[in-house]
Design a protein around this ligand. Structure first.
Ligand code: HEC
Length: 208
């Protein structure tokens, strides 16, 4: 019994520092040591790697590091419009203004190979560049690169969707766009026929 008590006392009485106290012992005079560079909080490792590399293990990710909400897609559409349309055009066909003026023609996003490429691949192209295309890691934060990747998936879907992808109750409106849209609000705010319009029907409207 006595030895247990003694041990307890030794532990309690040994020198220790309060968290933010100063000390002469370390060069930076901080008693609390900073975490080693590259330290990752518990539970963060996987999502951080995904967020910054677009990969899960060695494979391009088929999943996103955060939930893709309507707001994320709108952000993606916006950033895509600014940074990618000059070459890839609004539908992703690869016929942007700069291309029309002599830049190498990028492949269409709607070819089978790219349709089958996961979001992590598009993240990687933006992060590291591809062939003659520069990377966008300086201009676009990782979150925005993911938002664009998600928007490209919407563009791809909008070009390959079939009538069966449209919810049954919305199909009458396909043949009669002059009729009121089911959700009423927001019709036409995107302007005429652009990809945004198409995707509003197919991509984001479909889930309800
Ligand atoms: C200045 C023109 C230009 C801009 C702007 C541009 N790209 Fe590209 N992109 C290209 C060209 C050219 C290629 C083909 C490169 C090659 O084959 O050497 C390409 C290729 C690609 C590819 C296909 C890669 C493959 O596997 O074939 C993807 C995906 C892509 N770009 C995504 C984007 C995204 C996303 C943006 C906006 C963040 C963007 N690009 C902005 C010119 C551009």
């Amino acid at each position: 019994m006595a030895s247990v008590t003694g041990c307890h006392r030794d532990m309690r009485d040994q020198p220790r520092f309060k968290s933010y106290a100063a000390t002469d012992f370390f060069g930076d005079r901080r008693a609390m040591r900073p975490p080693v560079e590259g330290t990752v909080a518990r539970g963060q490792l996987k999502s951080d790697t995904l967020l910054y590399t677009g990969k899960v293990g060695k494979e391009f990710a088929t999943e996103y590091p955060f939930e893709i909400t309507r707001a994320v897609l709108e952000r993606g559409r916006d950033r895509y419009g600014i940074y990618c349309t000059p070459c890839h055009d609004r539908t992703g066909g690869g016929n942007g203004m700069i291309v029309q003026r002599g830049m190498k023609v990028p492949p269409s996003y709607h070819i089978e190979r790219l349709r089958n490429s996961p979001p992590g691949y598009f993240f990687d192209v933006m992060t590291n560049g591809f062939g003659v295309m520069y990377d966008y890691s300086a201009q676009l934060r990782p979150e925005d690169r993911w938002a664009i990747a998600a928007w490209i998936k919407v563009l791809q879907f909008s070009q390959s969707a079939s009538v069966n992808d449209v919810p049954a109750e919305a199909r009458p409106f396909l043949d009669h766009p002059e009729l009121q849209r089911p959700h009423g609000a927001g019709a036409g705010h995107e302007g005429a026929a652009g990809p945004g319009g198409a995707a509003d029907h197919g991509g984001t409207g479909g889930g309800h």
